[in-house]
Design a protein around this ligand. Structure first.
Ligand SMILES: *[C@@H]1O[C@H](CO)[C@@H](O)[C@H](O)[C@H]1NC(C)=O
Ligand SMILES: *[C@@H]1O[C@H](CO)[C@@H](O)[C@H](O)[C@H]1NC(C)=O
Ligand SMILES: *[C@@H]1O[C@H](CO)[C@@H](O)[C@H](O)[C@H]1NC(C)=O
Ligand SMILES: *[C@@H]1O[C@H](CO)[C@@H](O)[C@H](O)[C@H]1NC(C)=O
Ligand SMILES: *[C@@H]1O[C@H](CO)[C@@H](O)[C@H](O)[C@H]1NC(C)=O
Length: 331
């Protein structure tokens, strides 16, 4: 960012500054942010709108971080010029779709097999990252394909635990092939279900990320045959209690659904910012452990620039609905 450009935007925004009490400091932080995030806008109107949204988000972040009572901090990131509505629209799964899918899966019986081994040896804390069982943090981009990342992550970790090989699997294959045309009610960048990815992969196999790279838009399914790679044989849905999730996390990472409506600017710390009386499951992620305070350690798919190197810690119990719909691969 050269100083001529900074000066130029300051001049352009002067009237706005006066109207909105926007400091030069904030303008500079916008310029720094927009050059780091390589933003391209349609026109000056959009740029102005983005700047206003950015300033509002910056204000929220500063207010939040200045309150010592908060257990987590916020920061600027790739979502900082989006409104909450836009963030939900572009990044999370569509609500009407989730509601519909939820009705479908709520008919499925919860498998209680996991209860058999309950309380045998629950570690005080567990983190599958330290065991080398978790692949690198990915970036789903502007596509509500979280469900494919959650499912791929689940299979990657299971494959590591069972076969001692840590291989990145193809989210794009899931986005392109787990579709209505193949008998699944998953819808690419609008949303879908990790459990359907398991069913699909069990039949045709999931190939590697290297062979079938991620492009963040839905394309035609580019695999054929039934021998494409790793195949899960068996999986269970866990009962919705902390004890069951902890218990299962002693065996492997777990695919979980959450309400991520308010996660956009999360930077670090123990998150408890969800509206617990209005949980909307709109995001799928991978729980990889819990700490000795009972906070859940969760791998997200919004790049390493988001959160704690791509991870979030959620407060104990059902924070953001994390106990609602959990899947484990068991064979
Ligand atoms: C922090 O919490 C204390 C105790 O609940 C409360 O009195 C205080 O007003 C809070 N501070 C802020 C900045 O919200
Ligand atoms: C699992 O347990 C729950 C509650 O304990 C019960 O409602 C449900 O019917 C059980 N499911 C199966 C498949 O046994
Ligand atoms: C397991 O531990 C939890 C929490 O300590 C307790 O609520 C539950 O009843 C225990 N279950 C069994 C089967 O012992
Ligand atoms: C949380 O959700 C409830 C129920 O929809 C709503 O009444 C309440 O205003 C929300 N609280 C906040 C802080 O948004
Ligand atoms: C979890 O919730 C239960 C009751 O809902 C509460 O008693 C317990 O203190 C909570 N645990 C933690 C670690 O917050």
């Amino acid at each position: 960012m050269n100083s001529k450009m900074i000066l130029l935007s300051i001049l352009i925004l002067m009237p706005l500054c006066l109207a909105q009490d926007i400091s030069v400091e904030k303008l500079l932080s916008y310029n720094r942010w927009s050059s780091q995030n390589q933003r391209v806008y349609l026109n000056d109107d959009e740029k102005l709108f983005r700047q206003i949204v950015f300033f509002e988000n910056l204000q929220k972040i500063q207010e939040h971080n200045s309150n010592p009572n908060n257990t987590y901090s916020l920061a600027l990131n790739q979502f900082s010029d989006m409104t909450e509505e836009e963030f939900a629209q572009k990044i999370l799964m569509k609500q009407d779709l989730v509601d519909h899918l939820m009705k479908e899966v709520s008919q499925q019986a919860i498998n209680n097999n996991s209860l058999i081994q309950q309380n045998l040896s629950i570690a005080a804390s567990i983190d599958w990252r330290t065991k080398g069982a978790v692949t690198s943090v990915k970036n789903q981009g502007s596509c509500g394909s979280c469900w494919s990342f959650s499912a791929a992550g689940l299979m990657e970790s299971f494959n590591f635990i069972k076969n001692k090989a840590l291989v990145d699997f193809s989210e794009q294959q899931l986005v392109d092939c787990v579709t209505p045309a193949n008998g699944y009610s998953s819808y690419g960048c609008n949303g879908g279900w990790p459990v359907q990815c398991l069913d699909y992969a069990s039949k045709v196999g999931i190939t590697t990320l290297q062979k079938y790279p991620y492009v963040a838009v839905q394309k035609n399914c580019a695999v054929t045959g039934t021998n494409n790679g790793f195949k899960p044989k068996q999986w269970i849905r866990l009962p919705s209690t902390s004890n069951d999730l902890k218990n299962a996390l002693n065996t492997s990472p777990i695919s979980v659904l959450v309400d991520a409506s308010t996660w956009g600017q999360y930077k670090s710390g123990v998150y408890n910012g969800c509206n617990q009386s209005n949980i909307k499951l709109n995001h799928a992620v991978l729980a990889v452990g819990y700490d000795s305070q009972g906070n859940w350690i969760v791998k997200n798919s919004w790049s390493t620039g988001w959160g704690e190197n791509g991870y979030i810690r959620l407060a104990p119990n059902n924070t953001c609905g994390i106990l609602s719909y959990n899947l484990q691969v068991t064979a």
